[in-house]
Structure formats: C-alpha cells, structure tokens
Design a protein around this ligand. Structure first.
Ligand code: V47
Ligand code: SF4
Length: 389
C-alpha cells in the first residue's frame, strides 16, 4: 500500500478518530493507548491492514524473514497449571504415557543429529520441572556449544527462568549471567500470556507475575541478551487488555531496545481446561497482527508463528504487517499440535518456506536469530526440481 493510497483513505468518508490515527502513522507519530483500543473497536480489517502494510513496507520493504531452526523440549512435566496449556503434565501424572523427560545425553544427541545441516538456531523451552535447575541447564548449554559452537541458543521463557533462579537462590542477573557465560545467546518470548493481572489470575495464576516477566527481560537486555515477546490473545481478555500488554512491552522497549520480535500467539482451544472458550476468527487474527504492527512502533519485527496460526493465515499475514514467519522447525515442537493446531507435525523445508513467501510477491530472506541477513532467496527454487535442504 503506497502513501498515495493511504492519502486516498484519508480523503474518504472514514470515522474522524480513524483519520487522526492514519495521519499519525503517515507522520511517524506514536498512537496512544485509547487510539489502540479505537483500532480494535472501529477499525475494519482493510483499514488497519492498509496502515500496517504501509508501516511494514516502510520498515522492511518486501523482505520476509525465516530461519533454519529446530526446537528441543526437555520435558512436558510442569509444576504450574496454566488453564490454556494442553502440553504440560503435572508431576502427579508423571507416569502418563505422554509425559516425557529427556536426559542430558538425549538433549545433546538431538543437537548432534543436526551435524552437517545448515540450521542456525536451537530453541529450548519446556515445562518447569523441579529437578531440571539452573546449573543442570547451564551445563547442557555448555555441552551443546562444544558440539556445535556456531549455533545460536535461544532458551527458556521467563517463567522457567524465574523458577530456576528462585530454586538456585540467585538474582535474575546472576542466573542470566551464568547461562550467558555457558553459551546461551537469547531468550524466547514465551510466558508473557497477557499481563493484565485480573486475567492472569484467571488463566495462569501460579506462575511468574507480569512484573517478574518484564524484569527478567529487562535484565537480559541489560547484560546483552536480546529477547522476543509474545502475547496470548483470543481467550477471555478484552481489547483494552491487549493494548495494555503491548503498552507495557512498548515502554520496556523504549528503555532497553532489547526486543527483536513481537509474536502474537492465537489461543488454541484443544485439550485444555479452557476448551469451552471458542477460538477467534481469522479476521480477528489478521486485525490483531495489523494493530500490533501499528501500536508497537519500536519493535523492529512482527512474527506470525506458522505452526500455531497455520500456513495459510501466516501467508496472508504478510499483507497485514507481518515480516517474519519463523523457521523450518523440523517437527520438533509439540505445544501447538497438542492444543489442536492444524499442523500435527510442524516442519517446512527451505523450499516450501521460500515458495510460500514468493507466492505472495514478497522477498524470501534467510536470517540469523538476531536478523542479520544470511541469504536472499529471490533467485532460488525457480526450478521445481531443485532439492530442498
Ligand atoms: O508461553 C501454550 C503459548 C507459549 C497455548 O520467541 C499457547 O521466537 C496458544 O513462546 N494456545 C510458548 N498458545 C511458545 C512461545 C514461542 C513460540 C515460537 C517462537 C517463540 C520465539 C516463542 O505458547 C506459551 C504460551 O503463551 N501456548 N498453550 C494454547 N493452547
Ligand atoms: Fe507449564 Fe508453560 Fe504449560 Fe504453563 S504454559 S503449564 S508454565 S508448560
């Protein structure tokens, strides 16, 4: 969407509040909390989409990022009891056939199994297991780096980190520094859920608080570890709660500049204690991406995590503010398949990712974990017979 088209939108018969927001976007001005809520309440999909796409192209042109990654989920045993989680098995259910605990050797072997492949990142998150503590994981990260010194280790949500630091009786700064010294490079964005305390109390009351989540990410940024941020949306939260969530992140980003990517995560209602809550529509998903792109002006990237949202919506989201679709994954995560997402065995080849991006006339670019460009795939996979990685 060009500036001309946006200007035409301004001349059209749209609501006066929306006009003010569009003008602010053109002027590169930040929109307020109330204006964010107005976008949810009054902004139609085509309107918010046009603004978000304009911002996306201003920031990144057609570049659409993906990476070559895999996940390690050390365990799905968890001391916490989030109502939306289909994944965790409480300690008492340890003997369940579908509960798992990987040994140190199994985790390191998993990384070894990628020897000779072009993966650049391992994403390590799981349930919060009382016996898998800070020093246990620090040692595993060290071993991973011995096997694969070049790999970027993005590991542990703030929920896992809060528990690890508490059990090890160290401050967040000390705990994060130990992990960094052993080779951890960054933090993923999980565990944020929704910061509004009343909703958090309803859906995940026993795990780290919103303030703790934010403090852990702030501390990580201060010691030179970048991170991502997520928002679990489409359950019992209000539009005000979503803007409140984004606002707290926007404020922290103003202080530290340490966030790379914002990742809205659609609530999936399969096999959990909140299954009675319906999932929101695709239109709502796209509006949410667009409003996030408009509101989070200081976040460089907006990611549609395809194993959760599905390939089709991820592809369409590239016209609604999104400029990153995460990675190859290689069927190494279970969180979303267990919660009812379409992708039961999430894995995409580089060729599939590249074609998916090219089909909507964007430019496929492989990135590393901190968004340095590894390779532009514009001229790749033109021939159907070219082998995938
Ligand atoms: O914190 C759990 C979410 C998150 C459900 O940083 C659910 O690059 C929807 O954070 N419906 C963990 N969501 C995953 C995560 C993540 C994923 C991909 C990339 C990155 C990154 C981070 O999964 C949890 C929670 O918010 N989640 N259950 C569910 N039923
Ligand atoms: Fe445990 Fe994470 Fe599931 Fe909550 S979302 S129960 S912290 S695995």
């Amino acid at each position: 969407m060009s500036l001309e088209n946006i200007n035409m939108l301004l001349k059209s018969d749209i609501d006066a509040d929306l006009k003010i927001i569009a003008q602010k976007v053109i002027n590169r001005e930040r929109i307020s909390f109330d204006e964010g809520v107005t976008l949810y309440k009054k902004g139609e999909l085509t309107f918010v989409g046009a603004l978000a796409n304009y911002i996306r192209e201003r920031k990144h042109g057609d570049n659409t990022y993906f990476n070559k990654n895999f996940h390690v989920e050390p365990t799905n045993i968890c001391v916490f009891d989030c109502k939306f989680c289909a994944y965790s098995k409480l300690l008492r259910a340890k003997t369940d056939y579908d509960a798992w605990e990987l040994t140190e050797e199994q985790i390191v072997d998993k990384v070894k199994s990628y020897e000779g492949t072009a993966v650049t990142e391992v994403h390590i998150v799981g349930g919060v297991h009382p016996k898998m503590g800070l020093h246990y994981f620090a040692n595993i990260i060290k071993k991973i780096k011995e096997v694969r010194p070049d790999i970027h280790v993005k590991a542990f949500t703030a929920v896992e980190l809060e528990y690890m630091c508490r059990k090890a009786k160290v401050s967040y700064r000390e705990g994060l520094q130990i992990l960094k010294d052993h080779g951890q490079n960054s933090l993923p964005g999980g565990g944020a859920e929704i910061f509004a305390e009343a909703i958090r109390e309803e859906i995940c009351k026993d795990k780290c608080t919103s303030d703790q989540w934010l403090e852990i990410h702030q501390t990580a940024h201060e010691i030179g570890m970048p991170s991502n941020a997520t928002m679990l949306y489409g359950h019992i939260e209000s539009f005000e709660d979503r803007i409140d969530h984004m606002n707290r992140l926007r404020e922290l980003q103003d202080k530290t500049g340490g966030f790379n990517t914002f990742i809205p995560l659609k609530y999936r209602n399969g096999n959990n204690q909140m299954s009675y809550v319906s999932e929101v529509s695709v239109v709502e998903d796209l509006k949410n991406y667009a409003i996030a792109r408009i509101y989070m002006d200081n976040f460089p990237h907006l990611k549609a995590y395809w194993p959760m949202i599905g390939r089709d919506t991820a592809q369409i989201s590239l016209s609604f503010g999104v400029n990153d679709i995460d990675g190859t994954i290689d069927d190494t995560t279970k969180i979303y398949s267990m919660a009812g997402a379409e992708e039961q065995n999430p894995a995409m080849t580089t060729e599939q990712l590249v074609k998916m991006i090219k089909q909507v006339n964007r430019k496929p670019v492989e990135r590393d974990s901190v968004y340095n460009i590894i390779k532009d795939y514009t001229n790749e996979f033109e021939d159907e017979k070219v082998a995938a990685y």
